[in-house]
Design a protein around this ligand. Structure first.
Ligand code: ADP
Ligand code: MG
Length: 235
């Protein structure tokens, strides 16, 4: 049992999946993911940008880096091949300086998603209750104000609905002051898919879709992080 991406990582002794691996994995769980490609060098990144159509985003791909933007590893809204080449060089320079020991596999090239409401779905494991799902709005709302809701896996539709409604920032999802609302049934569906996914993949220790950009119709995950259980638990 277990997924091939997970198996490969375990075989290589890794517990952190790269963004591109994590995205591939959650895509198979039926979650909408922004189209993303791995490029191992600069010119491949340019080719991928052209194929995906500008504007694009470049991010460092490394099995050793958890928070990509903290070290200058994310460049948004690149509109030309020249900007992509420059961003590639800047990312490599920043990573070389801030994480000199990290193994670098290249960059991910992805479409720049249009703005919407940034939400977070997270999974962590409680020693007693097992996987716990977290829902909140992106940015300072989660990190500073801890405005999140939690539920134990497996979730039912009603749990998903309540989870979304009980955060303090809920009015933002309804379209605060004429701004675009979020597709709440769609977010419920995403929570249920994540719940099902971690239920059938016990090798997953932690998972973050941070952020998912939510729109009036649907939504898309633009970043994904998956941490696997330590090897001894996976034999
Ligand atoms: P980190 O590893 O630092 O969490 P992210 O991949 O989440 O890096 O990128 C940082 C931020 O950049 C995100 O929170 C989001 O606001 C923005 N972002 C990332 N990818 C995209 C994208 N494809 N389209 C639009 N915005 C993006
Ligand atoms: Mg992120």
């Amino acid at each position: 049992m277990g997924h091939s991406i997970i198996k490969k990582a375990i075989k290589e002794g890794r517990t952190l999946l790269t963004e591109t691996e994590a995205k591939e994995l959650i895509k198979e769980a039926g979650i909408n993911v922004i189209e993303t490609r791995l490029a191992r060098d600069k010119e491949t990144a340019v080719d991928a940008s052209r194929a995906l159509h500008f504007p694009v985003v470049l991010k460092v791909v490394s099995p050793d880096i958890v928070h990509k933007s903290d070290i200058g590893g994310v460049m948004l809204d690149l509109k030309t091949s020249a900007q992509v080449r420059k961003a590639y060089d800047e990312i490599m320079a920043a990573v070389n300086e801030k994480a000199p020991k990290a193994r670098i596999w290249g960059v991910s090239v992805q479409k720049m998603a249009r703005p919407g409401i940034e939400i977070i779905i997270g999974v962590s494991k409680d020693p007693q209750f097992g996987p716990v799902l977290m829902f909140g709005l992106g940015g300072i709302l989660v990190e500073v104000l801890k405005d999140v809701s939690l539920r134990i896996v497996p979730l039912e539709r009603r749990d998903a609905r309540e989870m979304i409604k009980e955060i303090k920032a809920y009015p933002v999802l309804e379209g605060f002051r004429g701004r675009e609302p979020a597709d709440i049934p769609y977010l419920e569906e995403m929570l249920l898919k994540v719940s099902k996914f971690v239920e059938i993949n016990p090798e997953i220790k932690e998972m973050d879709l941070n952020p998912i950009i939510a729109y009036r119709d649907g939504g898309v995950a633009v970043d994904a992080r998956v941490v696997l259980e330590a090897p001894e638990k996976n034999v």
